[in-house]
Design a binder for this molecule. Sequence first.
Ligand SMILES: Cc1cc2nc3c(=O)[nH]c(=O)nc-3n(C[C@H](O)[C@H](O)[C@H](O)COP(=O)(O)OP(=O)(O)OC[C@H]3O[C@@H](n4cnc5c(N)ncnc54)[C@H](O)[C@@H]3O)c2cc1C
Ligand code: SF4
Length: 330
Amino acid sequence: MRPFQYLRPKTVGEAVTMAADHPDAQYIAGGTNLIDLMKRGITSPSTLIDINHLPLKKIEHRYDRTRIGALALNSDVAQHKLVTRRQPLLAEALLAGASGQIRNMATVGGNLLQRTRCSYFYDVAMPCNKRNPGSGCSAEGGINRTHAIFFNANEKPSCIAVHASDMCVALTALDTDVVIAGPNGERTLPFKDFHRLSTQQPELDTYLAPGELVTAIEVQDNAFTEHHHYLKVRDRASYAFALVAVAAALQMDGGKIWEARVALGGVAHKPWRYWAVELMLRGNAPSEKLFREVAEHEMRSAKAGEYNAYKINLTANAMVAALKTAAGIS
Ligand SMILES: Cc1cc2nc3c(=O)[nH]c(=O)nc-3n(C[C@H](O)[C@H](O)[C@H](O)COP(=O)(O)OP(=O)(O)OC[C@H]3O[C@@H](n4cnc5c(N)ncnc54)[C@H](O)[C@@H]3O)c2cc1C
Ligand code: SF4
């Protein structure tokens, strides 16, 4: 591991100034992803800015939103009364991620910024556009069993890796904003615009500018507290990343669906939300037939590689199962 300087700011302003003064620096929170990347030589910051002493752990309700500080631990968020009462889909998704031990270290900000789990990204002997831009994508002609099936329709992807987070799939289905501090003050980004699809700059996962710090997320109140389900399909029952995940949330009344949210994980470079499906569900009575129709509609735009064609059926089936559970039909 390359030697690095260690800094410990006490305020958000100090942290952002430190990052501006050290362009090669990285923030460290729980370290559950960053330390692995540093040990393997995938990233080698000259400076680590330890943000753990910043006052960013609070979980509170403000106006019509649940505001969760960037340093709140995944385990604390999943158990917090405000979250279990107002945003139970988020709690479900968090509990599907990693293990109890990791959730006790991992923070909300770090979860948003975690890197992909593509095995070629972690193997520094192999070409990888995300790790080493322009070197090529080993997964394209390699073992792409866990890789993406949805892409930006207008551009050939230079990286076919998927986003690894469970929490982010639920946040994509809900109305969430990311609060960001930078050298020019604070700004807010809608969650749907936070992560990038793979374009010509696959090394960039998000639209954060260099040195910007995530300080909180804000999740809007919603009417999805009764009918929701997070379904994660994985190789092992725990401690494994999603092959496919579905966050489904419905607002139902009088036997009909009035509002629907469906977001997918494990299928694209960012958590994937398909607005067309949500429109198709609105105003209809829930049934397996309807859910199958919308799931198959979505799958028409999927494109598989040599080893991940199974994901197309798996995703459709997972969508149907998650929507049925959310709707409470057998
Ligand atoms: C064995 C294992 C299994 C896992 N399984 C799952 C799983 O099933 N589902 C899942 O969703 N996740 C899983 N994870 C990933 C885990 O959730 C992430 O490692 C964790 O959320 C990262 O949080 P952290 O605080 O430790 O981040 P760190 O490792 O400290 O940082 C990660 C990145 O985020 C940046 N960063 C951190 N905080 C901020 C901030 N506030 N503003 C700007 N940048 C910031 C850092 O600079 C770094 O680039 C797993 C991890 C491991 C090790
Ligand atoms: S899919 Fe992305 S992360 Fe994986 S080898 Fe290709 S460029 Fe690298």
